[in-house]
Each structure stands twice: as C-alpha cells, then as structure tokens.
Design a protein around this ligand. Sequence first.
Ligand SMILES: [Fe+2]
Length: 437
Amino acid sequence: MPGLVRQWPAWPEFGTTSAGNKDAKDPDFVGAKKAIIEEYGADSLRKSWIATCEKLRSVTDDIASQGSCIIPVLEAENVLANGFSEHELSQVRETGCFIVQGVIPHEEVKKLYQDLTQYVADNRSSIKGWPAETPSILRLYNSPTQNAIRTHPNQLRLQKILNDLWHDETGETSSDPLIYLDAVRDRPPHQPFLGLGPHIDAGSLCRWADPQYRKAYAQIFSGKPEAHDAWDLGARKNADQDLFHGGAHSTVLRSFQGWTALTRAAANEGTLLLVPNLPTTLAYMLLRPFFKPPQQEGDIMDASKWSLDDSGAFPGTMKPDSQRLSRSSHPHLRLEECLVHVPTMTAGDTIWWHTDVCHAVDPRHTGSENASVVYVPACPTTTINKRYVKKQLESTLAGRAPPDFGAGSGTDESRFKGYQGHDGINEDAKRALGYDL
Ligand SMILES: [Fe+2]
C-alpha cells in the first residue's frame, strides 16, 4: 500500500491506562476533565465517544486501503487562479491536508537552496540545531532563503486562499496573511529522526483547560461530534494555545501548518507523515481522555466496553509538549495503517495540514540527497496573531530570534555573513511581516 509505515519506529507509547502517568494528579489535569464532565455531562460524552469510534471504522478502512493516495495533490497555477473546486473542497475538509505543487518555480528554489547551504557554511559555528545528536532542524529564522520563500507573492496569495477556507461571522478577523517565522530543516541522507512521532500541535492540555479553547469543541463534547465546525475562526480566534507555556507551542493560530520543499521529499526520505482525516480523528483525540479501556485485551476495539474515566489521566498529554498520540493510547486510530507518508514532492512544492491534524516526521531518510524544507504556515489576521507578529518584528529588527523560539537566546542573526534582513521586500510582504501593526 502506498505510504504505509512498514516497520513501526521506536516512537514512545503512552499506554491505555493512567498507571505511571505522573500528571494524572496534577490539579490542572484533574480540573480540566472535571469541568468538561460537569459542563456537558457523562452521557453526552459517551454518545460522542460511541459515534466517533463507529465512524472511525469506515474512516480508517478508507485510509488503510487508499494510503497516501487519499491526500489531495493540487496545482498552484489552478489554485491561485481559481481557488478550490467543490470536489477539492470536500476532500480538503475531510482529510484536512493537501499538497500544492509548483508554488515557487523549480529553478528559483534550486538557487535559493544553494544560497542556503552557502549561508549555513559561512555561519556554521554560530548556528544551533535540533535535536542535539542529529541537528537537522536549524535554528535559523531570517536567512535570505527563508525570507524569499515566505514572502514570495505566490506564497502570500496562496496563504490568503487557505485562510479563506476558514470563516468568522464576528467580522473581527481577516484572511489577510501574517507571516510566522519558523526554522529550516536540512537533513542529510541516512540521518535518523525520532524526535517528532505522531502529534497534534497548537497546544496540548490547553485544548481542554482553556475555557475559550474548549468552547470551540462544544459540539464534540455535547454529543454531536458530526456538527463540529473545524473551520470556525470566530470560535477559535481567542483560544490560548500557550496557556501552559512550552517550547512546542506556537502562540499564533496557524490555519494550516505547512512547509515548502527546497529539495525532493519522498517516503522514507525524510518527508512528513499524516493521518489524513480531520473531523473524526480530532473528535477521537478530544474524547479519548474521558474513557478507560476494558480489562480484556480482545475488547479494546469495542468502544461500548470502555468506561468513564474521571481521573486526571490524559494519554499523551504533557503541558509543555504538543499533544502526542500512539498505537496503544489511541488504538481506534489504527496508526500503523493510517499514519501515511505524503506523496512525493519536489523543490517548490508545498504541503499544508489543518492545525488540528495529526502528523509526524519521517524517522527514516534513505534517499541520496538532503531533505530540506522551509517551515511556512498560513496565519490569518486575528488579535492574538497581530500581537505576536508585532513582537516578532521587533525581535527580528533587534537581531533576536522570534519570541516563540527563545528570543534572547544569544544568537544575533543580523551579524551573520550574508544577512540581508528585509532589504528589497515588497509592500505586501512588509504588511504580512507586521510593519503596519
Ligand atoms: Fe508538528
């Protein structure tokens, strides 16, 4: 099957019980669960749980049989000219992810990748990487290559189209894109990477603990998971993703996380893996902490045999980290069959996934060239996003890393050989970088 992870990597398992979960007694964990049970009632949660696990059967069958082919692959030329067709829209709403090919012309990206490698070579001793033992993610935020990719007119036009997939009846936000600075990855062949197993970003415990955040998921908690609108920016715009501060959390809401390939990216060659389903996987992740599994191993897949868990147990949830998922803690997701590689990408292609979609980084890289990407998400204009981007710009202009990435960590990129800052950047891009805020 295309995209299948044939040998499951040594990613952490979070188990089916709270045994050994030291956070289960933490008042923030206990309180978050108690508040939701009180507000929505155990019966409603159970109704949602049964319906979601039932729906997951067909969702996971579908992914298991289609593999990577289920991920829509679109052409930038079409999307930029016409947006999404009705058919593409229904696919995107269900899978929560898609590739847009050819956002930046191939030859342009090849040159930009050469520039990046030169820039890294020229400043190697000052650039920190992560993880320490195999530093493929470079803590660089303002190289000329990153700035060229993220401010490219096609990028900004595409990001507006992507932000427009969301809606906000309050009129307090807009789809005008704001630029969120993130790092760059340049991963050599044969470098293993186990640092980012299956997870969902945009916070972890805060989804349940922050009253604004959990309100966005009210339908899921109140027995009507099929009525949840994952595209309601009005409901989501004030959610506090950084309620429990941690290095993994972005302050901003990204309508879509994404990256732009600087080189080829393919299965087992250092690409991305996704669970290509948004509504049912998300509902399952949110409901999972409220239920504990039956004693009999053979009954695990029978949702009706799970019972209410009102303890502070939240499998895979750690305050400073993204929400983690695993085969043992989230069995109905059938991750071994449903976490699939994205289709092969070439330089200048982009991959996008809704902020609530489960993803992982390819643990293997058996290809012959570096797998390099620039992280470029789509961010709508909201109050929280504006506030952050304004601070981010102040940091950049002062030579500091962006606030979410340890501003004040000591590395001053503006002193790097080849640094260009925002020289030559056009007015649209300057607005997206926060110059008008
Ligand atoms: Fe992530």
